[in-house]
Design a protein around this ligand. Sequence first.
Ligand code: NDP
Length: 237
Amino acid sequence: MDDFAGKAVMVMGGSRGIGAAIVRHFASAGANVIFTYSGSPDAAAEVANETGATAVKADSAKRDEVVAAVADAGPLDMLVVNAGVAISGDVLELNPDDIDRLIDINVRAPYHASVEAGRTMRDNGRIIIIGSVNGDRVPWPGATAYALSKSAVQGIGRGLARDFGHRGITVNVVQPGPVDTDMNPETGPFAKMMHSAMAIKRHAQVDEVAQLVMFLCSPAGAMITGTTQTIDGGVGI
Ligand code: NDP
């Protein structure tokens, strides 16, 4: 399959989990893929070796590193901002510095990366931000900061869809529910509670999320913009 042959794709946070699956799908579809990583150099090297993609170290908590990585990679056809962290627990006990770092990675980085990509992105390009169903629904306690960050990216997506629409660039937020990754393993202690809120009572696989991203980035996605695309097995419906 070479549907994306020659396309310049950047995935922010491509060393593990959903991001690594997105790198694999784009690479096997013929794209030239660059991805960022921060804390997992060995995993990043493995993904790069396997796919031929280029791994670049850039901490999403640092605006300068995010902007430089995107500027150096441009002009892009597609940007996927996947890097994210989750913090949960008693809202009265969580460390405020950790919460601010989460906001840097989950909100500020998607904003600055997307705006920077938009400076040079080719016409009919694609920007995808990986949000979460928790941007819409919070079926359990302890997720306030994560939920606020994933609601915030909905606003980034809608705003940039307006800002870049005249160039045919689409901007969308993909909102997974539970996905089996290091962040949220299906064997973890909260899996049963999560499944109890779902119509389809299992975690998604990373490839299921990557396939939705690929569809939105394909020519078939040309008129889908400013949307939130939820892929969550029916959390809290
Ligand atoms: P993982 O923890 O498995 O992987 C996270 C990825 O993001 C890694 O590649 C990691 O790279 C990268 N990353 C994290 N922090 C930084 C940073 N500071 N700088 C650069 N890269 C960073 O998470 P998932 O694959 O599960 O999650 C991916 C996205 O999907 C996130 O935005 C998450 O919020 C969202 N999501 C996940 C769900 C789930 O159930 N798994 C549900 C809903 C949304 P490295 O290790 O190299 O730093």
